[in-house]
Design a protein around this ligand. Structure first.
Ligand code: NAD
Length: 275
């Protein structure tokens, strides 16, 4: 065990400053609350839905945490720059970036418009690039502060099982998630000597507004369960706990990895009874 090892201490992020993009809904909301419960101060980014964003900050501050909302479109370079500048001004720095903002614009491939393609790639992939770049710049400027963390900074990219499972009717989305995999691993390789860790969480089916149609009715839920060996839908908390651990010094030797939080969706469930 090295000198900086967290040993068996609990997952403690106190003193750390986190930015979670798309944090007023679903997984981002769950991750923001989980990071705050672990002691991090949190910037709750969102693009629309002022009330929902304020509610996340309320929940964090009522539990004794520190947070503020910041409206910004992650696919806009000027808006991302302003968001990071404000964070450094208000919180002093950034220790944890959770690149979560994402969306779908589905269409049969032959009908997919260039706008649908560009919109999804712009938010899901370019948005993660812009935020990761600003985070790396600040991590490198500041370096390791060993009282805070053994690492100079952590980036967690929200990918999807669709970084490996092809998805008909969602070519733009699957391409964005496949792109996140190579972007995440290439950044991880480049910045590891600076003690910056970059990893992904790839969820399966998590109960959020992005996929309501897949779990809302009993029929839809039953059909979904055919794809989930663990036989339950995931909750935003399932991702929140993984994010806290990955951001903590307990995961200090982990970089360039994708953690699937999917109840086994990537285990080829179609083969369960076909050995
Ligand atoms: P959601 O629709 O509940 O939340 C998406 C969030 O992204 C919202 O807060 C929204 O405001 C934000 N957002 C959208 N465009 C933005 C922009 N341009 N700038 C800033 N914020 C923006 O969806 P979710 O299910 O919580 O998804 C979160 C992430 O998890 C996405 O990257 C999604 O692809 C991924 N994911 C979700 C599932 C699932 O089953 N829910 C599975 C795999 C991956």
């Amino acid at each position: 065990m090295n000198a900086a090892s967290p040993g068996t201490k609990s997952l403690d992020l106190s003193g750390q400053k986190a930015l979670v993009t798309g944090a007023n809904s679903g997984i981002g909301r769950g991750v923001a609350i989980a990071l705050a419960e672990a002691g991090a101060a949190v910037v709750v980014n969102y693009v629309s839905g002022d009330d929902a964003a304020a509610e996340v900050v309320d929940q964090i501050t009522r539990s004794g945490g520190r947070a503020y909302t910041h409206r910004a479109d992650v696919s806009s370079e000027p808006q991302v720059l302003v968001m990071f500048r404000r964070m450094v001004k208000e919180f002093g720095t950034i220790d944890i970036l959770v690149n979560n903002a994402g969306l779908q614009r589905d269409a049969a491939f032959e009908n997919m418009t260039l706008d649908q393609w560009n919109f999804v790639i712009g938010v899901n992939l370019t948005g993660q690039f812009l935020c990761a770049r600003e985070a790396v710049r600040e991590f490198k400027r500041r370096g390791v502060v060993k009282e805070v963390s053994c690492s100079a900074g952590k980036i967690i990219c929200l990918s999807s099982v669709h970084e490996v499972i092809p998805w008909a009717g969602h070519v733009n989305y699957a391409a964005s998630k496949g792109g996140i995999n190579m972007m995440m691993r290439s950044i991880a390789q480049e910045v590891a000597p600076d003690r910056i860790r970059v990893n992904s969480i790839a969820p399966g089916a998590i109960r959020t507004p992005i996929n309501t149609a897949a779990w809302k009715t009993p029929e839809a839920y039953a059909a979904l369960m055919k794809l989930v060996p663990y036989k339950r839908i995931g909750e935003p908390d399932d991702v929140g706990r993984a994010a806290v651990w990955l951001a903590s010094d307990h995961a200090d030797y982990i970089t360039g990895a994708t953690i699937f939080v999917d109840g086994g969706m990537t285990l080829y469930p179609g083969f369960t009874e076909n050995g």
